[in-house]
Design a protein around this ligand. Structure first.
Ligand code: AP5
Ligand code: MG
Length: 192
């Protein structure tokens, strides 16, 4: 298996680049944000609980997202590899992911970290909020809260994987294709 974490703040382009990467490398896309939004759409108890937290721009509890990822890994035994998008977001999630992959005799191969300035993030998310229907995109205060939550709780994920020399920074500003090419270059160096 070849497993990638696509890392970066809200609005850095993780979802956009994931779509292109999974098509090229035949990976299974696991986005905890997308899974949570489908739980909300299906009005499950988990979705209802998560919605009020997401609408404030805060992180949902570790146990919830770790459980979702564990089920998704079990549900895809034939996968050639996984592309994790928006997960892990805390050190506890990083440790849990490593343990889950180890059970499958696998590991994270690379963490690709998209670098985008805060002003560009806010601009992109407000712009997406005009059409996305995502309630956490419509209000600048909530967008800033998501970025603050990232700075406070999620940047440690990069520190965690730096200890294992797995982090590569990629410039996340430019055209979607330029950024995609930079990501592919880093993957191609590492994929057998
Ligand atoms: P999640 O769904 O993961 O959202 P996020 O991290 O806030 O990031 P986004 O999806 O908003 O941005 P993105 O990086 O995917 O960028 P995109 O490609 O869409 O999480 C939502 C919430 O769920 C969290 O706040 C939390 O509550 C909860 N949650 C999820 N995972 C969790 C976890 N593991 N633990 C705890 N809680 C969790 O691009 C953004 C916009 O920019 C788009 O409009 C796009 O078209 C545009 N764009 C993309 N690339 C470019 C470019 N190169 N130039 C210009 N515009 C671009
Ligand atoms: Mg996304």
């Amino acid at each position: 298996m070849f497993n990638i974490i696509l890392f970066g703040p809200p609005g850095s382009g993780k979802g956009t680049q994931s779509e292109k990467l999974i098509a090229k490398y035949q990976l299974k896309h696991l986005s905890t944000g997308d899974i949570l939004r489908s739980e909300i759409a299906a009005k499950t108890p988990l979705g209802l609980e998560a919605k009020s937290i997401m609408d404030k721009g805060q992180l949902v509890p570790d146990e919830v997202v770790i459980g979702m990822i564990s089920s998704a890994l079990d549900a895809n035994p034939q996968a050639k590899g996984f592309l994790f998008d928006g997960f892990p977001r805390t050190e506890a999630q990083s440790e849990a992911l490593d343990a889950l992959l180890k059970l499958k005799h696998s590991a994270i191969n690379v963490v690709l970290a998209l670098e985008v300035t805060e002003e560009e993030l806010v601009k992109r998310l407000l712009n997406r909020g005009l059409t996305s229907g995502r309630s956490d995109d419509t209000n600048e205060d909530v967008i800033r809260a998501r970025i603050a939550e990232y700075n406070k709780k999620t940047t440690v994920v990069a520190d965690y994987y730096k200890r294992f020399n797995k982090v590569v920074s990629v410039k996340g500003i430019g055209s979607v294709d330029e950024i995609f090419n930079s990501l592919c270059k880093e993957i191609d160096k590492r994929i057998a």
